[in-house]
Ligand binder design. Structure first.
Ligand SMILES: Cc1cc2nc3c(=O)[nH]c(=O)nc-3n(C[C@H](O)[C@H](O)[C@H](O)COP(=O)(O)OP(=O)(O)OC[C@H]3O[C@@H](n4cnc5c(N)ncnc54)[C@H](O)[C@@H]3O)c2cc1C
Length: 298
């Protein structure tokens, strides 16, 4: 099928885009068009107006500052994948980006598009949830920020209004000192080009990376495609915080995660399989993040 007829708009600035959103009835944004074109071709969306934001170069950047990392909404997955700066301070993000589909999708798909689409299997949605990111959104009326834990409301439903544009995401670096933080993204996919069957992000900060058994000061664990929305497992995080990581703790966290996730049956992976996968990924990704926090690697 082909998309229903629509009028095409191609703004060059975020301000132009938000004015179009305010002025045009039934308008939708298009970013990298790796998902939206498919949705329109299947007539699951039939907007009268499409606002293509892919020429807004001002929204394509990775800015690593001393206090925070800011990533523009039009930053492509490939930009994240190949960013040396991100690999240095938030290695979770390039690690997750390299597992998104194949190069064609990564060269066009964007961070803002993943968040806008809000598929619970989205890689960046999973990592940004673990990193406690904040979204900056703009409309003709002004700007506001949305903490990511208030962003995903229900299956593919978000806190962004129809007249708003996500302009960037921001991650505070305070919780992630490079010299004692480890991160790990783990994923299973049926084929390189497909979405994750399940993905997991783990972040671990230890008190003293040179100690024999460093104590975990802070742990983050989130999952892709394990519920109707990207899911963070706070109970599992609390279990490992304040302790050195041990086999016993990993077993206990795996049990907690098995019960905490709420996956849907799919053709190639039923609910039980996904629960087992989430439990296994919790164990593996936390263990690797803990090693990495100490400067050890797998
Ligand atoms: C074969 C295939 C495999 C894939 N595998 C994976 C995978 O493994 N992991 C993964 O994470 N993704 C995967 N994707 C999706 C890919 O990452 C897309 O790039 C992404 O989901 C959408 O990004 P986009 O820039 O293409 O957005 P578009 O498709 O252009 O837009 C998607 C939605 O977001 C909205 N939107 C876009 N930008 C904004 C904005 N700035 N503000 C507000 N709303 C906005 C649009 O209106 C639309 O509703 C896959 C896609 C394909 C085709």
């Amino acid at each position: 099928m082909k998309p229903a007829a629509f009028e095409y708009h191609s703004p060059e600035t975020a301000e132009e885009a938000t004015e179009l959103l305010a002025d045009l009835p039934d308008a939708k944004l298009m970013a990298g068009n790796q998902s939206f074109g498919i949705i329109m071709s299947n007539r699951l969306a039939t907007p009268d107006h499409v606002i293509d934001i892919s020429d807004i170069e001002g929204l394509r950047y990775v800015d690593v500052g001393d206090d925070a990392v800011e990533i523009g909404a039009m930053t492509r997955h490939a930009d994240v994948e190949h960013s040396d700066d991100l690999a240095e301070v938030l290695p979770l993000m390039p690690e997750a980006a390299q597992h998104i589909a194949g190069p064609a999708v990564r060269n066009r798909g964007t961070v803002g598009g993943t968040l806008g689409e809000a598929d619970p299997a989205g890689n960046h949605s999973c990592t940004l949830l673990a990193l406690d990111a904040e979204l900056a959104v703009a409309s003709a009326d002004g700007e506001r920020t949305i903490p990511i834990d208030e962003y995903f409301l229900a299956y593919m439903l978000t806190a962004v209004e129809d007249d708003e544009l996500i302009t960037s995401v921001r991650v505070s670096r305070e919780a992630f000192p490079v010299e004692r933080t480890g991160m790990r993204f783990t994923v299973e996919k049926r084929a390189a080009q497909t979405w994750p069957t399940l993905g997991a992000s783990a972040v671990v900060r230890v008190d003293d990376p040179d100690a024999d058994e460093p104590v975990i000061e802070d742990a983050r664990l989130s999952f892709a495609n394990a519920a109707d929305v990207p899911l963070r497992t706070h109970d599992a995080e609390a279990e490992v915080t304040g302790e050195p990581l041990s086999e016993g703790l990993l077993e206990s966290v795996a049990d907690t995660v098995y019960d905490a996730v709420e996956p849907q049956d799919e053709m190639h992976a039923d609910e039980t399989y996904k629960r087992e996968l989430a439990a296994t990924f919790a164990r593996r990704s936390l263990a690797t993040a803990y090693d990495r926090a100490q400067g050890l690697d797998e």
